[in-house]
Design a binder for this molecule. Sequence first.
Ligand code: HEC
Length: 127
Amino acid sequence: MSLAKKLLIILFSGIIALAVFILCIQEDTQFSNVENCMSRLESTPLFSEYNLYCGSCHTRGAMGAPRLGRYKDWNDRTEHSKLVPSYRALAGIGRMPAKGGNHHLSDEEFLAISNFLVSSVEMCNEY
Ligand code: HEC
């Protein structure tokens, strides 16, 4: 094999290694953004109520529930208003029963928690 060919192979593998390295770093940064955003949300006063009453569906997106802090899940729903989704959820929408089944919550309590959920995307930027 000529020296030129060997150099070419070395250069080529170098480029691939760099590309893989960059991809790994990007994934890491994305992951730490998610972690940062979740820890910010967790230190918000209404998080514990959210977690208790809504978390079972909204943290992982059970039954298609829009997820906490996920911009993409909320983008279409909040396009015209941030209040409308909360009022729809209060009455029950799709597979979500009224108030998520938490009938002991007053409307005001439900709406406050819901506002936390709907606004959670603002703490998570583009995630
Ligand atoms: C049993 C599962 C479940 C629980 C518990 C639950 N939700 Fe939901 N939620 C859903 C599902 C499923 C949807 C999506 C409904 C649809 O669009 O068809 C939804 C949608 C929503 C929406 C968006 C409604 C819209 O019009 O876009 C809001 C706001 C919401 N939930 C708030 C809450 C709050 C606040 C709680 C806790 C007090 C809660 N949910 C508890 C399942 C749940």
